[in-house]
Design a protein around this ligand. Structure first.
Ligand SMILES: [Zn+2]
Length: 419
């Protein structure tokens, strides 16, 4: 069998398996949550009301119903781009009025990204103004939503286009090892974006005000000193402008490290619970989770680019995915777009690995927090957070294995109780 047909069949089979697996996991989640909806799990009858439990169940079910359409739409879109000839048509159409070159290549990638974004827009609107709205989480006005979208597009253009142009140029002019140079550029770009995120990018979307609450600040500073950390500032972010969901996080490198609390979190948690949440975040630092995560991400992108370097030179990579390679001129943009479109079909089968690693790290951070602050504070904070975010206490165990970056509340609390 020729390699082009093999690839076509492989993509078809993988896409079918991918969609079937995702829909099956989704159905399992729906069944499991619905089956446990009538009763609060025995361990939580004292702490969680039946109405909160049922709200979490209904919220989870609503999200799962929407996810079903998302799964089908994604698969159809990929099929449309590849085997049904969409990408080929876009390429030919652009070549009908643009001469082959970097401009046409950029236009092709942009067209791919924008069409995908447009098609995904209705579902994203339904998520925000349908599901999130119905459960009282959405605080965004349509005007804010639109401003966010435009800012995001502009930011993507300013930060992303130069990188894209550089990578496409390297693919054509960088020689056999172009993928290595492109990887170097990508790593530097990611570090640059991370470095400017706290001071340049995040203030475009949110307001950050220094933490006013002196007693909380004192607690937090004492904790950081005990744990041997330096941070330049404590900030409160106006997360409530967009959503009632809450969070806390660290940003920045080295000396520019800062701690950010959502204003919604400050309203929900007591100072002792805030301290416990911060101790959990410190645990991620103590265990070097951020550095490890970056190392894994850089290694993965290196492997991916090396694979792309090889695939881009195979004629069957294009024909097998429904595209006629350009006879004269470059195929770099075609290769890049095909690769980015097709890889997730295969990589989803590895999702349990990365989710598992992430959940292990959450347990490690919890254990660290319990060593620095009373475990009871973290336990009650977690319970409040899961409750306020309407996270179900009874997810399907297999669904968790694939999708959950954080362990379900029951597992985290059980571990803390045991320790
Ligand atoms: Zn965490």
């Amino acid at each position: 069998m020729n390699p082009s047909l093999t690839l076509t069949l492989l993509l078809g089979a993988a896409l079918l398996a991918h969609v079937a697996l995702k829909l099956w996991l989704n159905t399992r989640q729906v069944r499991h949550v619905a089956a446990h909806r009538a009763q609060v799990p025995a361990a939580y009858v004292q702490t969680i009301s039946l109405s909160d439990h049922q709200k979490a169940a209904d919220y989870t079910l609503a999200k799962a119903r929407l996810a079903q359409w998302d799964i089908l739409l994604d698969a159809l879109l990929l099929l449309g781009w590849t085997l049904l000839g969409g990408l080929n048509a876009l390429n030919q159409w652009l070549l009908s009025f643009l001469s082959p070159g970097l401009g046409q290549q950029l236009a092709l990638v942009l067209g791919f990204v924008l069409v995908g974004g447009l098609i995904g827009l209705p579902l994203s609107l339904m998520q925000t103004f349908g599901v999130e709205q119905r459960f009282g989480f959405n605080k965004m006005t349509p005007a804010l939503w639109l401003t966010d979208l435009l800012k995001g597009l502009l930011l993507g253009a300013v930060l992303g286009l130069p990188l894209l142009a550089l990578v496409l140029w390297l693919m054509d002019a960088g020689g056999a090892l172009w993928w290595l140079w492109a990887w170097g550029a990508l790593v530097l770009w990611q570090l640059f974006v991370m470095a400017i995120a706290p001071n340049v990018i995040m203030p475009l979307f949110n307001q950050f005000t220094p933490l006013q609450d002196e007693s909380l600040k004192g607690r937090v500073q004492a904790l950081m000193q005990r744990a041997g950390f330096q941070a330049k500032g404590f900030f409160v972010m106006d997360g409530s402008r967009r959503s009632a969901h809450s969070n806390a996080f660290f940003t920045g490198f080295g000396a520019s490290k800062r701690v950010v609390f959502f204003d919604t979190l400050l309203q929900q948690l007591s100072p002792a619970e805030m301290e416990a949440v911060l101790a959990h975040e410190l645990g991620h630092f103590k265990h070097k989770h951020i550095v490890k995560m970056m190392a894994v991400s850089f290694a993965t992108s290196l492997a991916g680019l090396a694979l792309l370097g090889w695939l881009a030179q195979q004629a069957w990579f294009y024909t097998g995915l429904g595209v006629l390679p350009n006879m004269s001129g470059s195929n770099s943009a075609l290769a890049l777009v095909l690769f980015l479109g097709v890889v997730p079909v295969f990589s989803f089968f590895l999702a349990p690995l990365s989710s598992w690693r992430s959940r292990v790290q959450e347990f490690e951070a919890d254990a660290y927090a319990a060593s620095q602050t009373p475990a009871a504070d973290l336990a009650s904070a977690l319970l409040k957070l899961y409750q306020d975010n309407a996270s179900t206490l009874t997810p399907d165990p297999l669904f968790v294995k694939f999708y959950y970056s954080h362990p379900p509340a029951s597992e985290r609390l059980a571990r803390m109780g045991a320790a």
